[in-house]
Design a protein around this ligand. Structure first.
Ligand code: KIV
Length: 293
């Protein structure tokens, strides 16, 4: 079929009608557990629109996160606090459509926005339902302790949950800035306690952000049913996540220590995404000497 007689052709960025990797199986919770059991690292990348989601999927990224980091990279906000549930549902639907268009296989995780799960378990269920209906396979929420009941409530109702500990950007004001968390015996013990409770409540994934490498490695060894996904948490986690714009070098400010610009060597967006997947799988990213605490 040529571009001129294809009904899906548009004059703008065209998403191909079929997946270039048709042999791949859809990523699911059992598939992620298999990867974990076999020692294969899980890759996650953020995406906020159809085209980037389709490209990340084609590059072999297993999990796509519609992160509320979209507040900074798409909306120009200073933090994720201003992102609404409507914003999250809109971008989740865009990403889900992009994946659908290419018969994508990626597991789609969407962030519950600030204030959308804090009031009650029922509020969290209502918010999570909106994201699931927009196309998410799993929702992510930040914090430990007070979130445990909410996680259990969602999981019991068939909603897979990814937790998020360490630097939790929605509480950046309470934390006093974007800084490493879990340093020192006391802070590490609290983080460990929260992580174990979240696993017990049924969280099947846990993002660990800006946590010392040794702590996230030992947590990963303990959390056998909850896959740790690190960002600035060293190489010992079950998987890695980066914000798309950061790993493509689309960052006008100072790049965080844990980020690597994959675009520099790759020269193309697709190449950079493939290089990221390969580096995580091979264990060359992150390098604990350069990217961790
Ligand atoms: O919102 C986001 O992009 C995230 C990642 C930094 C993990 O939560």
């Amino acid at each position: 079929m040529t571009a001129s007689n294809s009904t899906s052709a548009t004059p703008y960025g065209t998403i191909p009608p079929a997946s270039p990797l048709p042999q791949r199986r859809p990523v699911s919770l059992p598939r992620l557990a298999q990867m974990r059991a076999s020692g294969e690292k899980i890759t996650m990348l953020t995406a906020y629109d159809a085209t980037f989601a389709a490209m990340a999927d084609a590059a072999g990224v297993e999990c796509i996160l519609v992160g509320d980091s979209l507040g900074m990279v798409c909306q120009g906000l200073h933090s994720t606090v201003g992102v609404s549930l409507d914003d999250m549902a809109y971008h989740t639907a865009c990403v889900a459509r992009g994946l659908h268009r290419v018969q994508g296989t990626a597991w789609l995780v969407a962030d519950l926005s600030y204030g959308s799960y804090h009031a009650s378990r029922e509020q969290a269920l209502h918010s999570a339902t909106r994201l699931m209906q927009a196309g998410a396979h799993m929702v992510k929420l930040e914090g430990g302790g007070w979130t445990t009941d909410t996680v259990r409530f969602l999981v019991e109702r068939g909603i897979p949950v990814c937790a998020h500990l360490g630097l939790t950007p929605q509480t950046v004001h309470a934390l006093g800035g974007y800084r490493v968390q879990g340093r020192g015996d006391e802070a590490a013990a609290v983080l460990r306690q929260h992580a174990l409770e979240l696993q017990d409540a049924g969280a099947s994934m846990l993002v660990l952000e800006m946590v010392p490498a040794a702590l996230s490695r030992s947590l990963t060894e303990e959390l056998l049913h909850c896959h740790t996904i690190g960002i600035g948490a060293g190489s010992g986690t079950a998987g890695q996540v980066l914000v798309l714009h950061d790993m493509l070098g689309m960052n006008l400010g100072k790049m965080a220590k844990f980020v690597h610009n994959f675009m520099e060597e790759a020269g193309s967006i697709q190449g950079a995404m493939q290089a990221y997947v390969q580096a995580v799988k091979q264990g060359s990213f992150p390098d604990d000497q350069r990217h961790a605490w």
